[in-house]
Design a protein around this ligand. Structure first.
Ligand SMILES: Nc1ncnc2c1ncn2[C@@H]1O[C@H](COP(=O)(O)OP(=O)(O)OP(=O)(O)O)[C@@H](O)[C@H]1O
Length: 325
């Protein structure tokens, strides 16, 4: 079942043309010419219930703007979006009950209040029966490991603690859909992993549909089966991570364990990446493997050798290069 249907979504913003030179400045005093730009430009996609979709793309691509339209915060300039049959901006109250939203750069928690008080206020706003509120709060406190900081004012929480608080706050009223805008931004590895495994768990147990924007390719690798890639407001790719790898990967790595490699003295094929004593050489064509191995074994003391598929991160880097970033 398609829980989200976006059809030809457009969001236009007006920007004022910047005057250049003193004559232009003078002219601009009398007429400020407005320029419009489609930051989301005829975007169409559907999302099935229970999917986790990564909505990715370079800075300024239009990701947050799309999420804001799906969340009902922004009204589309044209096109339509339906979430569970509802047009978000037409029925904000009903829509608020079915979605949870987390903007990683901002918080919906009350800055000066202890975390638990924010949860209680949200329980009242959503009119949650006492038992359901307690049940959900206990469950999130347990899985997100929040008991040690429930009574701490939000302003004193670490970024990772605040993010866990924000995610719990977005889920207290048991929404079917969760929109996450950069949920792991600025977090350390442990905090990232905690949030990633929590999202995996609620998706599996409660079939919550998740759409997340992220610049962290590890989120995509761990969480998403499907990726929508947007640039300059338009979708350039929409499909499974496997298809994306096949379409934009098109290469593999010959990984050579060579502890004695010295960068300064190296005159062999280019080393694309180094991880400890492992050197990564890119192979575009499998026919290259044998000659590359021979060339490397003449130059290096090789301890081990494998062929690896590219990571999602490598594939997305390739995609960025294609669009000239
Ligand atoms: N309220 C606004 N008024 C005018 N322009 C805006 C407004 N909000 C966003 N924009 C512009 O729309 C474009 C898309 O912004 P958006 O925040 O959707 O990008 P993004 O893909 O989320 O980027 P990032 O990865 O940097 O967060 C940008 O050029 C931005 O400057």
């Amino acid at each position: 079942m398609d829980i989200i249907v976006a059809d030809n979504l457009v969001r236009q913003f007006y920007t004022k043309e910047k005057p250049e030179g003193s004559f232009q400045l003078l002219k601009a005093l009398f007429s400020f010419k407005k320029q419009s730009k489609n930051v989301v430009d005829h975007v169409s996609f559907t999302v099935r219930k229970g999917d986790i979709v990564g909505y990715i793309g370079p800075n300024g691509a239009g990701k947050s703007t799309t999420i804001k339209m799906l969340a009902g915060v922004l009204v589309p300039t044209s096109g339509t979006v339906h979430v569970n049959g509802i047009e978000p901006h037409m029925n904000r109250k009903r829509h608020a009950g079915q979605i949870g939203v987390v903007f990683g750069q901002r918080t919906q928690l009350w800055w000066d209040l202890p975390l638990i008080e924010s949860f209680k206020l949200l329980g009242k706003i959503y009119d949650l029966p006492k038992e359901r509120f307690k049940h959900n709060l206990d469950m999130f406190t347990d899985i997100l490991d929040m008991s040690s900081f429930l009574s701490t004012p939000v302003r004193q929480l670490s970024l990772g603690q605040r993010m866990r608080g924000d995610i719990a706050a977005a889920l207290l009223h048991e929404p079917e859909i969760l929109f996450l805008d950069e949920p792991t931004i600025g977090l350390d590895i442990m905090a990232k992993e905690k949030i990633q495994s929590f999202l995996q768990e609620i998706n599996k147990e409660k079939e919550i549909t998740i759409i997340l924007t992220t610049h962290n390719m590890d989120d995509i690798e761990k969480l998403c089966h499907r990726v929508i890639f947007i640039d300059k407001g338009q979708i350039l790719f929409d499909g499974s991570t496997e298809i994306m790898t096949a379409e934009f990967g098109g290469f593999r790595y010959l990984v050579v364990d060579a502890p004695n490699w010295e960068e300064a003295a190296w005159n062999g094929p280019p080393v694309e990446r180094r991880e400890d004593s492992q050197l990564f050489f890119r192979i575009e064509d499998d026919k290259q493997v044998a000659s590359m191995i021979k060339q490397l074994s003449d130059l290096l003391d090789i301890h081990n050798l494998t062929v690896q598929e590219p990571k999602i991160e490598d594939v997305i880097k390739q995609l960025y290069q294609r669009i000239g970033h």
